[in-house]
Design a protein around this ligand. Structure first.
Ligand code: PEP
Length: 245
């Protein structure tokens, strides 16, 4: 049985004052679903202290090396040391802003696993790729290229995030989400075996809001959501957590 997961990605938002939002999420986080918050790296340690047991904390990226001359980067060990249990890897904003390719994401994933972190691996197609009916090819390629051997239901979560749905208010139809999630499940089962393939949680991400969460969570093989904008405020994130509980 896969435990549902409501994951928040704060992106490059939030000073320490924003951590008070965590207090307002605590009660909802005591429900059946797991709750994860990924604040900017500067807030990971404080967020982990404040979040306590009910809310897990993660980073938004890590370097592929454990340490060394990489000014400005953060290693998986550093995230773990700061209290993180998860790290988001391969987000489309990293793939675009930092030219991250599947091979880079795969190397980071190995480093994260080495440090004991669970990876939330992001994949998703652009609007042009969807319009050209290449969505499943793109997703299949990203999964094959970005996930190293050795995935388990414990060390990997996959988030399907159509690029055109992130921060735009546009959301695929539930049939479109279901098609991609069923495809991802089949691909994971084929590569890692049925047991592992069935145990990896699959999140949908892209303009999830309190008003559309329940409908998205009813889609087969959707085990939760990766939420950007609507995870910044408890008033928005709590109804999403509750829709999952
Ligand atoms: C995201 O960036 O992971 C995301 C899903 O953003 P939003 O919910 O704001 O579309």
């Amino acid at each position: 049985m896969r435990r549902k997961l409501a994951a928040g990605n704060w992106k490059m938002n939030g000073l320490s004052a924003a951590l008070t939002e965590i207090d307002g999420m605590q009660e909802a986080a005591d429900g059946a679903s797991e709750v994860l918050l990924c604040p900017p790296a500067t807030l990971v340690a404080q967020a982990a202290q404040r979040a306590g047991e009910a809310i897990a904390v993660g980073g938004q990226d890590c370097h592929a090396q454990a340490s060394g001359a990489h000014t400005g980067d953060v290693s998986a060990d550093m995230l773990r040391d700061a209290g993180a249990a998860y790290v988001i890897l391969g987000h489309s904003e990293r793939r675009t802003d930092h030219d991250e390719r599947d091979e880079d994401v795969r190397d980071k994933c190995r480093a994260a696993w080495e440090a004991g972190l669970t990876v939330v691996l992001c994949c998703g197609e652009s609007l042009a790729e969807r319009e050209a009916q290449n969505t499943l090819d793109i997703i299949g390629g990203q999964l094959a290229g970005s996930i190293p051997d050795g995935a388990t239901g414990h060390n990997l979560v996959v988030a399907y995030e159509p690029i055109w749905a992130i921060g735009t208010g546009k959301v695929p139809t539930t049939d479109e989400i279901g098609e991609v999630h069923d495809f991802m499940r089949a691909r994971l089962e084929r590569r890692f075996g049925e047991g592992v393939g069935r145990s990896v949680r699959l999140l949908y991400g892209g303009s999830v809001k309190p008003g559309n969460a329940a409908e998205i969570f009813a889609v087969s093989n959707v085990d939760g959501a990766l939420v950007g904008g609507a995870s910044l405020k408890a008033a928005d994130f709590v109804p999403i957590i509750e829709a999952l509980n």
